[in-house]
Design a protein. Structure first.
Length: 491
């Protein structure tokens, strides 16, 4: 028995694995992101915008409070936490099959055998009821000689890590969604403020026109035009109030609350944007983005499943045993004479399965190919999102500068037209045209300021920023090592 136990221990410790050796797909990683340095104005830096924590990224206390609440109460975040708990439990289920399975059973039976059910009939002296009692332990332990169970366990563990990275991706999306909705809300607030202030300005112009009509200096046509100007701004106010209420409802749902008012913090013009946006190195993106690491964990799980499918072609060896007591006399059930035991290996070998094992293996290869394609697409999509975010950030900065200049030009034009109208040198039509264009330009300026902030949120998310950094970029890592260290054991 000692030799047998030593042999089993050696088999368990040194059993082979039929899983292919995992190597990260050789992706073509560029040296720099496209638009990382645009026209020589922004030089690439090693430090990345994504290395900032989200509370460092957003300097508005009200926005930070909203994000912190959403990370706890958001429905998608709560679902992601539940998925992680499920994946962790399933990984434990797979790991349990590597251990011996021991159970206990007890049975008591009182029976009377029919004397006439057999030929010749049983004599009446032996047909009385009798008792039977049994208590035993059962043992079943599959010796994982070819790594089938270990590969299945590793695949489940990889899927557990994938669920954790998926949770990080969800939380990163929650941060971005709340920030995006908040910036849109503050934009609507600013546009409502502009509309109300403009309406008051138009009302003053209308009173001036009405006074000049009474003195016969201008026609009633100018008064009608002034009325149209007032209603142009007035018509925007209820529409903006509707959009604000709907945006507050959207943010409330993101926070996991019923629709309610949202506390404001800094105004749109007070929200700061970093003067430079370093993107870091493209290779860091493979380590930082949770969706990339999630797709790679799924790929690693598919690799392990190939090993499990290959093991189906080989024999399975299990150690089975039973020990307990049996007796027809309950008073003697736990005496030495009533004990019994048996233990020994059982081997099974698949001979003909109708192609089940073959097609199972083919399916696992196809699943790995799908996971590899998804991983490659995710990497390419990540590079695109970073490049899109960089060019948008740089170009919106130019757009904002030009839009601010345009607003200032229309303001000067409106002031000059109003001055000339008061002096009788210009018709009210020029005032109407200048005021309407100034109003439109101010609303557009608010939209550009919003879009500039949104591109920063988009870039922060694209670079892998979020509630937690996936890995400290300064942490040393061996070349070619897996981005998920705990999965490197069988590679």
């Amino acid at each position: 028995m000692q030799r047998f136990a030593i042999l089993l221990l050696g088999v368990c410790l040194f059993g082979c694995s039929l899983a292919p050796t995992y190597e990260r797909s050789p992706e073509e990683v560029p040296e720099d992101f496209r638009f990382q340095s645009l026209e020589g104005r922004v030089q690439p830096e090693l430090a990345s915008l994504a290395d900032l924590e989200w509370w460092e990224m957003f300097d508005d206390p009200a926005l930070r409070e909203l994000i912190a609440s959403a990370l706890v109460q958001n429905y998608n975040a709560r679902l992601a936490i539940s998925r992680v708990a499920e994946a962790r439990a399933l990984a434990g289920v797979s790991r349990s099959f590597l251990m011996p399975q021991v159970g206990a059973a007890g049975r008591y039976q009182r029976q009377r055998v029919s004397r006439t059910a057999v030929a010749p009939p049983i004599p009446s002296s032996t047909g009385t009821p009798d008792n039977f009692a049994q208590f035993n332990f059962d043992l079943f332990w599959e010796i994982d000689l070819f790594g089938r169970l270990q590969n299945l366990s590793d695949a489940s563990q990889s899927l557990f890590f994938a669920s954790e990275w998926g949770q990080q991706a969800v939380l990163s999306a929650v941060v971005a969604d709340v920030a995006r909705a908040y910036f849109e809300l503050r934009t609507l607030d600013l546009q409502l403020e502009i509309s109300r202030a403009t309406q008051e300005s138009f009302e003053r112009s209308r009173r001036l026109v009405m006074l000049r009509v009474r003195h016969g200096l201008v026609s009633r046509e100018d008064l009608a035009q002034a009325d149209a100007l007032v209603h142009t701004a007035g018509a925007r106010i209820p529409d903006l109030e509707r959009l604000i209420a709907q945006k507050e409802n959207q943010i409330s749902i993101l926070l996991g609350n019923n629709p309610q008012p949202i506390r404001r913090g800094k105004s749109l013009t007070e929200l700061a944007v970093r003067p430079t946006v370093p993107a870091g190195l493209p290779s860091d993106l493979l380590e930082r983005r949770p969706d990339i690491r999630q797709s790679e964990a799924v790929l690693i799980a598919a690799n392990y499943r190939i090993g499990a499918a290959r093991a189906n072609f080989f024999p399975r060896i299990a150690l089975t045993g039973q020990a307990g007591t049996q007796s027809v006399d309950l008073s003697r059930l736990f005496t030495g004479a009533s004990t019994f035991w048996n233990i020994g290996p059982v081997a099974t070998l698949p001979i003909f399965t109708g192609g089940f094992n073959y097609f199972t293996l083919q399916a696992t290869h196809a699943q790995k190919e799908q996971a590899l394609t998804l991983y490659q697409f995710t990497v390419r999509q990540a590079f695109r999102e970073v490049s899109d975010g960089l060019v948008a950030h740089f170009r919106f900065q130019e757009f904002l500068t030009e839009q601010q200049a345009l607003v200032e030009s229309y303001r000067q034009y409106a002031d000059l037209a109003t001055t000339r109208f008061k002096g009788g040198l210009e018709s009210f039509l020029s005032v109407l045209d200048s005021e309407r264009q100034l109003f439109s330009a101010k609303l557009d300026l608010a939209a550009v300021q919003r879009d500039r902030l949104l591109t920063l949120v988009q870039l922060y998310k694209a670079l892998g920023g979020g509630p937690e950094t996936a890995r400290n970029p300064s942490e040393p890592r061996a070349a070619g090592a897996s981005p998920i260290p705990s999965l490197a054991r069988n590679q």
